[in-house]
Design a protein around this ligand. Structure first.
Ligand code: GTB
Length: 216
């Protein structure tokens, strides 16, 4: 039996691959591991059966035999550690790739989520116009730093790794912000990630879920 992950039955991102099951799907595709998907509604996510998988009632989760995991970072790391293709064999390079996963999740993602949540849910608040430039600036600081680090390289640290997978999915969250276009190195980096065949297979799989839901 392949591992089973959970994903939105009807994703609010309308198939743009912004929900966090995308990074888990991409990891499976990179390592060539088949997986099953259990789609959940918003109501199911908050019900006891799902909270037994995920204490915060969210997606994605991962189940394989007697192991149940939540948190996309932990799931991608678990997949990367058990299959070739996402972590270097050299111990130091492997540790650095894992550091980039953490950097994506704990240094890059928070200001990006803060900005995109404000753009989605706070537009009609009277303080939005005042708050927006501050949120954008916090993201620009990170993009500038990342851009200087990447420079002319293809990936964050040598060969493509789980660190790049995580960082690209985090940066894609900025798709509608226009900010990535201000940093050509970052735009090219994200495009390189999206051009990977494994990314495309993962993207198409989650898009198929949205298309099926919108036809039913
Ligand atoms: N830290 C956890 C992880 O990395 O796994 C965060 C998990 C999480 O935020 N899951 C979200 C969720 O289940 C889905 S991905 N939300 C439902 C809830 O909390 O009740 C976040 C997300 C949702 C929608 C969009 N979108 O529409 O663009 C983008 C990202």
């Amino acid at each position: 039996m392949p591992p089973t992950i959970t994903a939105f039955e009807n994703s609010p991102d309308r198939g743009r691959g912004q929900a966090r099951d995308m990074r888990v799907r991409w990891a499976f595709e990179e390592v060539g591991q088949p997986y099953d998907v259990h789609l959940v509604s918003f109501a199911e996510m908050k019900a006891p059966a799902h909270r037994a998988r995920h204490p915060f009632g969210q997606i994605p989760t991962y189940e394989d035999g007697d192991l149940t995991l939540f948190e996309s970072g932990a799931i991608v790391l678990h997949i990367a550690e058990r299959h070739d293709g996402l972590l270097p064999k050299d111990a130091n390079a492997r540790a650095r790739a894992i550091a980039w996963m953490f950097a994506a999740l704990s240094t890059a993602e928070p200001p990006i989520v803060e900005l995109t949540m404000a753009m989605l849910f706070e537009r009609d608040r009277n303080w939005y116009a005042e708050r927006l430039p501050m949120l954008q600036e916090r993201v620009r600081v990170r993009l500038g730093e990342l851009s200087r680090h990447i420079g002319g390289a293809d990936w964050l640290d040598g060969a493509f790794s789980a660190g790049d997978l995580m960082m690209v999915t985090v940066l894609r969250r900025l798709n509608t912000s226009g900010l990535v276009d201000e940093y050509p190195e970052i735009a090219a980096y994200v495009a390189r990630g999206e051009a990977r065949p494994a990314f495309k297979r993962a993207f198409d799989a989650q898009l198929a879920v949205f298309r099926a839901a919108s036809q039913s």
